[in-house]
Design a protein around this ligand. Sequence first.
Ligand code: HEM
Length: 131
Amino acid sequence: KREAQLNSILASVPDAMVVIDAEGTMLSFSHAAQKMFGYTEAEVLGKNVSMLMPSPDREAHDSYIARYLETGVAHIIGSTRRVMGCRKDGTLVPHELAIGEATGGGERVFTGFMRDLTEQEATAAHLKDLQ
Ligand code: HEM
């Protein structure tokens, strides 16, 4: 029943949604995430979430999580930030990232919601050109 609930969320949540464990390993990858990044779920499960971002964050992301686990000081959790993602084909995708945290069965997991900003930013640039 719980799994059916999770599958229904993963299929219908409008923003890309990615769940990772405390090591940054991806545990689930929503339909919208597959569309946004061009990877199937099977291609990313068990891999590090850092594969979804460009350098220098790609190399540093493990240390961001480690810093948070050590200090408890959140920099994105509880707010949002505009960041760059990196698709399978290497193109970049600006998006707004929100991160939630939960503990279940003694395990800490993080859920990332990623809202694609490509269209919004193109429209803003276009409006600026018109001024
Ligand atoms: C922290 C970038 C995706 C989980 C950070 C920080 C950056 C970053 C720059 C550190 C902020 C700081 O210390 O000032 C990115 C980029 C992403 C991405 C570019 C694009 C793909 C994700 C996703 C998740 C996630 C999808 C979870 C599913 C975390 C966690 C932290 C963190 C748990 C530490 C807690 C915090 O600082 O609030 N990330 N991230 N990240 N990220 Fe990511």
